[in-house]
Design a binder for this molecule. Structure first.
Ligand code: SAM
Ligand code: CA
Length: 227
């Protein structure tokens, strides 16, 4: 049993069993079950972070969203189930295979029509979106959960694509708690992305174009509201 970033596995289990799982859609549970067969199943967005993302989507009446990093589609399905029937998600991932693993559940949920899946490097897909002037300031919400070394580059593009008052959420901003560990205690495999996340966190904290809140749910998410 994982403890996420909380004090103990028991506390994490309590949070999930009390507030998250009883309200999680059966379709999202099915998607989690399918994802468990993927060798990299632990890449899926944490259910408790997903629950907060759904709340933010509702509070902001989000209709047009961007998702960078789809994998098997947990956060994508969650978004598709939350936005209105005529909402649209531009979902970008390099890899289509993992998306196709979750696609039968997306179809079963009847929300595939809300999704425009783009198989691409996220940076070039965002630059292409920016070429169309009508996309600028037109998105209500963005969720970023892909290569950590590019988050700052995504941030600059997303600030142009998401409207003022809109939300950008970055996932994994506490990077398994390693951001606060002395370098010598950090497992070697975590070091490169830890460095990128530390730089990102400093950058976001100093960026006067956004209001932020960093929340220790899942692996840490940073919520940015565009000013
Ligand atoms: N949000 C997903 C979920 O809820 O299951 C998890 C996303 S997973 C942590 C990261 C994804 O980012 C992978 O599917 C990977 O293929 C994709 N990715 C990594 N680098 C990318 C890039 N440069 N451009 C587009 N997608 C990328
Ligand atoms: Ca993640």
């Amino acid at each position: 049993m994982t403890k996420g970033l909380l004090q103990s596995p028991e506390l994490h289990k309590y949070l999930l069993e009390t507030s998250v799982y009883p309200r999680e859609s059966e379709l999202l549970k099915e998607l989690r079950a399918i994802t468990a067969n993927h060798p990299r199943f632990n890449m899926a967005t944490a259910s408790e972070a997903g629950q907060l993302i759904a709340l933010l989507l509702k509070v902001g009446n989000a209709k047009k969203t961007i998702e960078i990093g789809v994998f098997t589609g947990y956060s994508l399905l969650l978004t598709a189930l939350t936005i209105p029937d005529d909402g649209k998600i531009t979902a970008i991932d390099l890899n289509r295979d993992a998306y196709e693993m979750g696609l039968p559940i997306i179809k079963k949920a009847g929300v595939e029509h809300k999704i425009n899946f783009i198989q691409s490097q996220a940076l070039s897909a965002l630059d292409e979106l920016l070429e169309d002037q009508s996309n600028r300031g037109s998105f209500d919400f963005a969720f970023v959960d892909a290569d950590k070394c590019s988050y700052q580059k995504y941030h600059e593009r997303l600030l142009q694509l998401v409207k003022i008052g809109g939300i950008i959420v970055y996932d994994n901003t506490l990077w398994f708690g390693t951001v606060a560990m002395p370098e010598e205690s950090v497992p070697e495999a975590r070091k490169p992305d830890r460095h990128h996340i530390i730089e990102l966190n400093k950058f976001l904290a100093a960026d006067s174009r956004i209001q932020i809140s960093q929340v220790p749910l899942g692996d840490g998410i940073t919520i940015c509201r565009i000013l």
